[in-house]
Design a protein. Structure first.
Lengths: 302, 229
């Protein structure tokens, strides 16, 4: 019984990371139809940002406050990945609007460049980020059932991010503008909304969310230049399964893929589990090609 | 107010408008008539900057705007009510109206007079834009454009597919706006609607202006013949 419960817990924990990474992708993919293959590298950038902050703390600041580094690392990851996203949008993406295939190729190239950049700066081997000591240990729920604090912390982080995104998208002026551009780009521009600026800011924001996902990943293991490539396929699958451009779809998709992965891997083995998940998603999309939650968006019909 | 000279517009490679000249004077209501598919809506889109316009000139209050992006033209004071209304379907009526305020940076509340002009909107504030009837969407689209008092209002077939009672309401609203000094350019096929409303008319065919003049001096049969199918 405890094993099954732990499996579900692990599933939700994996899901939460997928959700965070996929939310950024859902926003950029849903808003601009740009298939950003470099999204995984923003996860990697976020992870290395956490690594840099950790090093700064351990080298230049007193050891007593080292444990607080993670609270600096989260916004640092967000902003560093966001800045990279903003620059990428300004330099490359904005020339590729409406050219989905070209955007795949170009952003894949960007992804290779960013990986090599990380290799040149930090070296090819994986590096370790030391988790803050207050996240070591586990919550003892029942005898024999322990929930690691790290995973609980990641879930809380994801819930906090979700809440922030919800308020940003549905309760603020800026979110109203994003949704307007998403639903009808030409009309939004006719109402005086600078769609280019919205595109750039939103792309940066989506990239920043991937950065936070990367920061969270440093708690779960060592990080390397190819960290993002492990996640990009699953992340795209979450977005497509959930329905492009829908916040609830991304949450549901992330949950299904995350728990599906861990459950099927537990019941069979790692390879077969992956095969089963992919097969189920393909079958599901045959039945509902637009995913779980659909919004009829003119920007996607064109 | 609005001076358009020798305008050409393209969809991809095909020419939609050629050598179009049109003037809208301050405080006037101008009507652009014509059959389906002759380029009337494309003309309004050209003024808004939504289609490719490689040559010609569009001046708003003596300022050239042809090379300016759409959002700039909206902020310069052009309000646009497109054909098909283009309400944001997944947003509430209130959010749609608030988006109308974006032209002025999204500040200030929704002006009360909009609810006086269109009382139906006040009852519908929390409904989704996509749930409204065609006539209600049309009223919402006009209200959205009026939220910031545009210098020039572009209306694309405000009577298309709308029940007669609401057409009358919209006609009354346009007359009231005229009294308040608004400048309006209406694209229309429904000739009866523009009598008593418009000051000047232009007739378009195959992407060019083929007739123009004062509505008061208009030969109704002749124009009806020109825009009939």
């Amino acid at each position: 019984m405890n094993t099954y419960f732990l499996q579900v817990f692990n599933g939700i924990s994996v899901s939460s990371i997928f959700m965070l990474a996929a939310l950024g992708l859902a926003v950029t993919f849903g808003l601009m139809k740009i298939i950003n293959m470099a999204h995984g590298e923003f996860i990697m950038i976020g992870a290395y940002a956490a690594y840099i902050i950790q090093n700064i703390f351990s080298r230049y600041l007193p050891a007593s406050i080292f444990d607080l580094y993670f609270f600096v690392a989260i916004p640092a990851s967000f902003f560093l990945a966001g800045i990279f996203g903003w620059v990428l949008e300004k330099l490359i993406i904005r020339h590729l609007y409406g050219r989905a295939l070209d955007s795949i190729l170009a952003t894949w190239g960007v992804s290779l460049v960013l990986q090599q950049l990380a290799r040149s700066i930090f070296g090819a081997p994986n590096v370790d980020v030391k988790s803050p000591s207050w996240l070591n240990g586990a919550l003892l729920v029942l005898p024999g059932l322990q929930l690691p604090y790290k995973r609980l912390f990641i879930m809380l982080l994801v819930i906090a991010c979700m809440t922030a995104i919800y308020f940003l998208m549905y309760r603020s002026n800026y979110g109203r503008k994003i949704r307007a551009v998403m639903q009808n780009r030409a009309m939004a521009a006719s109402l005086g909304i600078n769609t280019r600026k919205i595109d750039a800011c939103t792309f940066a924001f989506g990239s920043g969310l991937a950065g936070i996902a990367g920061c969270a990943l440093t708690l779960l293991g060592s990080i390397g230049p190819t960290l993002g490539t492990n996640y990009i396929v699953d992340t795209f699958m979450v977005v497509v399964l959930g329905g492009v451009g829908s916040l609830w779809g991304t949450i549901a998709g992330g949950f299904l893929i995350g728990t599906g992965n861990t459950t099927l891997e537990f019941l069979t083995n790692a390879t077969l589990g992956k095969v089963l998940v992919f097969t189920l998603v393909i079958l599901f999309l045959q039945w509902r090609p637009k995913g779980l939650f659909t919004i009829n968006s003119r920007s996607l019909d064109e | 107010m609005l001076e358009v000279n020798n305008l050409e517009a393209y969809y991809g490679e095909s020419v939609i408008l050629k050598n179009v000249c049109l003037n809208v004077q301050q405080g006037h209501i101008v009507c652009l008539l014509g059959r389906n598919g002759v380029g009337k809506s494309t003309f309004l889109k050209s003024v808004m900057g939504l289609v490719h316009t490689p040559c010609g000139s569009i001046c708003l209050n003596n300022e050239e705007i042809i090379d300016k992006p759409t959002y700039f033209r909206a902020r310069a004071g052009i309000g646009y009510v497109p054909q098909g209304r283009d309400i944001f379907p997944h947003m509430t009526v209130e959010e749609n109206l608030q988006l109308g305020l974006e032209i002025k940076g999204g500040r200030g509340g929704i002006p009360q007079e909009l609810y006086e002009l269109f009382p139906v909107l006040k009852e519908m504030l929390t409904r989704k834009g996509g749930d409204l009837s065609g006539g209600q969407q049309q009223q919402l689209a006009i209200a959205r454009a009026l939220a910031v008092h545009p210098k020039l209002l572009l209306l694309d077939e405000p009577t298309e597919g709308i029940q007669p009672s609401i057409i009358k309401d919209i006609g009354r609203v346009i007359l009231r706006l005229k009294k308040e000094g608004y400048t309006i350019l209406i694209v229309e096929q429904y000739l009866e609607f523009i009598f008593g409303i418009a000051d000047d008319y232009y007739v378009m065919d195959k992407g060019a202006i083929i007739a123009q003049g004062l509505v008061s001096a208009m030969n109704k049969e002749d124009i009806q013949h020109k825009i009939a199918i």
